[in-house]
Design a binder for this molecule. Sequence first.
Ligand code: ADP
Ligand code: ADP
Length: 229
Amino acid sequence: MFVLRAENLSKSYQMGEIEVKALLNASFEIEEGEFVVILGPSGSGKSTLLNIIGGMDQPSSGRFYMMEEEITEYDERKLTEYRRNKVGFVFQFYNIMANLTAEENVELATEISEDPLPIDEILEAVGLADRKDHFPAQMSGGEQQRVSIARAVAKNPAILLCDEPTGALDFNTGIAILSLLRKVNKEMGKTILVITHNSDIAYMADRVIKMRSGQITKNYINENPMAVE
Ligand code: ADP
Ligand code: ADP
């Protein structure tokens, strides 16, 4: 079953006289349970695409479906509902609340979701059960990213959207975070989409979608994705 389907998504920005085509006729499908990497250099249109999938922005043309629903015909109210329930976000710089503990950060996300998962189980699964009362300033970057993954998963979304999730971490911590995302994918069956400019991450994906100058240039399945431990 397809979780997500994009049909000819395009997005243009008008910069004075010049029209910038940030995204041009992007079409692809993501299956339930897939771990997908969208790979492309800076300026290739990854964020533009992610903003559309995440319900933060609408395309100039084209259609986008999540679980059979057409998101591109949603109004603002339905888009807000969509962001709260259907999508979990993981960012490069974690974006967790500094004045809340790990547990409270996760709790806050579950409060706006219609179908949240038990917070204790999620904190256990990401390896933070014994750090739940700690504040972000008391945690390492890798631990803060675990909090942000817990927060995203606890909403029980249809898909996790991860924007350069290892971009602020050293190599080994980055591997540990990728390994955690893989665990969430395999053990909890979550569909995961990672956008990155780091080609190493593509080796571990089930599917790789390559972008350049706003266009998808390749879309292939990795028969033997690299294991991350
Ligand atoms: P990436 O995430 O791969 O770095 P982006 O999606 O951010 O790429 O950008 C794709 C192109 O669209 C770039 O040329 C960028 O300058 C342009 N762009 C993105 N957002 C805007 C905007 N709000 N206004 C004008 N141009 C934009
Ligand atoms: P609220 O209005 O309750 O603050 P929203 O409905 O705007 O929340 O957002 C719901 C979810 O979407 C949140 O988990 C938030 O992290 C995410 N989100 C909202 N806006 C953005 C954005 N511009 N970029 C990334 N994520 C966003």
